[in-house]
Design a binder for this molecule. Structure first.
Ligand code: MLT
Length: 409
């Protein structure tokens, strides 16, 4: 459901000596727009009715252009993330007269009761804002000061799944559900899915450190790492930093090279678009390139699934991931040394972001590496060809650990 747009006028008493809408006044206007939105939906007393108060835990505002007395600003609000007791709203303010983007903001709220204790987000609010109303009991582990959401299943040798940009752990749903005989672990990287999204602190090395800390927290000494695309960049960084713990490596639709100068500029352009126009801009730019098909009709269910993932990614996580990828090291010099661990390179035959020819070259540069090309898949085989991808992984895992039959889960 689209929430109502709210028009508010700028008054002289909200402006500074030069007539600009004062930065502190934006806070009031964003808040006024939120209450007005609730008044037109479930009612301004929707929180009161539930005995809940939404306490602001974090505010981020980007000021893009000046606004002046008499300007009418149009506020749009979207729920970008919600957990059991917290939720995040993104708001934009545009001048109605010329559609200039004036400011964008992100607010993180924690719902508390009168005693200050965290309590669930009222379902009326979530439903009105278009979020999923099923309570989320996502498992969370705090690493390096950041809460990571994760799915786990099964028992046996550990497999750590690392999703790409700007996606989340549900990319691996089929593999986590079906790869019986292994301890499957699929976290949301910091800044994505339901993990915390700090404003700063993103690099490929930080993601790799988070994963090492996650394994520590779970008491796991070694794992097979399976990284797709940006997840592959991270898996290579893990191999650089803590290879001893890597029992095997799956590099899926990924590359070892760093970004070209043009590619780096593209990351900055994409980050600016995300800041200004939010996740819809990212989804629009990426979706047509991600699959073997090019339209929602030809791709079917995976299109909607991936679109929902992109749209739910917090903007700081998107901007952080783009800077992390822009600045990532070139790993080509390390490939010859990877022969000491079992490596499988996987590619969607019709990947248009990292073509299968690049996957062949990657496999050829790693002594002993296997290559599997998945027919009918583009950049995201785990959702485009889930059963085939799971089988390819199962064969590789059985080469390392022997047949899974007899192992639980
Ligand atoms: C990904 O799927 O993770 C990204 O497309 C990788 C990239 O942009 O380099």
């Amino acid at each position: 459901m689209a929430t109502p747009e709210i028009d508010l006028s700028v008054y002289p008493d909200e402006c500074d000596a030069f007539g600009h809408l004062n930065q502190a006044s934006f806070l009031s206007l964003f808040e006024r727009a939120r209450w007005e939105m609730l008044a037109r939906g479930p009612g301004m007393n929707v929180f009161d009715r539930a005995g809940v108060w939404p306490a602001v835990r974090k505010t981020t505002i980007d000021y893009h252009a000046g606004a002046f007395p008499g300007d009418v600003l149009r506020f749009q609000q979207a729920l970008t993330h919600h957990g059991r007791t917290s939720f995040t709203m993104r708001q934009t303010a545009r001048r109605v007269r010329d559609d200039t983007l004036i400011a964008t903001a992100e607010f993180v709220f924690v719902c508390i009761d009168r005693g200050g204790r965290p309590v669930p987000v009222p379902q009326d609010v979530v439903a009105f804002m278009g979020g999923e109303t099923t309570p989320s009991d996502v498992r969370r582990v705090v690493v390096n000061g950041v809460g990571l959401a994760l799915d786990t299943a099964g028992a046996g040798p550990a497999v750590l799944f690392i999703h790409g940009y700007p996606l989340d752990r549900s990319l691996w749903r089929h593999q986590v559900e079906q790869l019986h005989g292994y301890h499957r672990i699929a976290p949301d990287l910091r800044g994505m899915g339901r993990s915390d999204a700090p404003d700063l602190g993103y690099s490929i090395a930080t993601y790799a450190d988070d994963l090492a800390a996650l394994l520590d927290a779970m008491g796991i000494d070694e794992a097979v790492l399976c990284g797709i695309s940006m997840g592959g960049y991270i898996a290579l960084e893990c191999a650089r930093r803590w290879r001893r713990r890597i029992r095997g490596l799956v590099l899926m639709d990924t590359r070892a090279e760093g970004d070209s100068p043009e590619g780096r500029r593209g990351r900055d352009t994409a980050a600016a678009a995300a800041r200004e126009r939010g996740t819809a801009a990212v989804a629009d730019a990426m979706l047509p390139k991600l699959f073997a098909g090019e339209t929602a009709e030809t791709v079917g269910a995976p299109w909607a699934q991936v679109e929902a993932m992109i749209r739910a990614t917090p903007v700081p996580g998107i901007v952080g991931a783009l800077s992390a990828m822009r600045d990532r090291p070139d790993s080509t010099g390390m490939l010859s040394s990877l022969g000491e661990i079992p490596v499988l390179v996987v590619s969607g035959e019709e990947d248009r972001i990292i073509p299968a020819t690049q996957a062949r070259a990657l496999a050829a540069a790693i002594p002993g590496a296997r290559l599997r090309v998945i027919a009918g898949a583009g950049h995201l085989p785990p959702v485009e060809r889930p059963a085939e991808t799971t089988e390819v992984l199962r064969e590789f895992l059985e080469e390392i650990h022997g047949p899974a039959q007899g192992r639980a889960g």
